[in-house]
Design a protein around this ligand. Structure first.
Ligand SMILES: [Zn+2]
Length: 101
């Protein structure tokens, strides 16, 4: 089972959280059109490696968290609030700027 260290509640089991999507995607502008929003909702990457994700702590503080997790090993590198950015990737250069949610 995945254990997620919530910055407000401490480390908790995955069952207390709900996955809320890819934190590296940027929401299109309001006038971007149907195709752009269709791609946002239905087009998915399936990365193998470090990935920035949104997780909602539904069984705890109900805060939205940004989590940098390895999709193969499930290792968690960093957890923060939506406006925060991880300082670096554990195996390489700093992460690119993340989209707001
Ligand atoms: Zn929490």
């Amino acid at each position: 089972m995945l254990r997620i260290p919530c910055p407000w509640c401490g480390e908790r089991d995955e069952i207390e959280f709900r996955y809320r999507g890819d934190a590296s995607r940027e929401r299109p502008a309001a006038h971007a059109g149907l195709a752009a929003f269709n791609a946002l909702v239905y087009t998915r990457d399936n990365p193998c490696g470090w990935h920035a994700e949104w997780w909602l702590h539904v069984g705890g503080c109900r805060q939205l968290l940004k989590v940098v997790r390895h999709t193969l090993t499930h290792e968690i590198h960093w957890v923060g609030a939506p406006g925060e950015e991880p300082p670096s990737r554990p195996d390489g250069p700093p992460l690119p700027p993340q989209a707001g949610h």
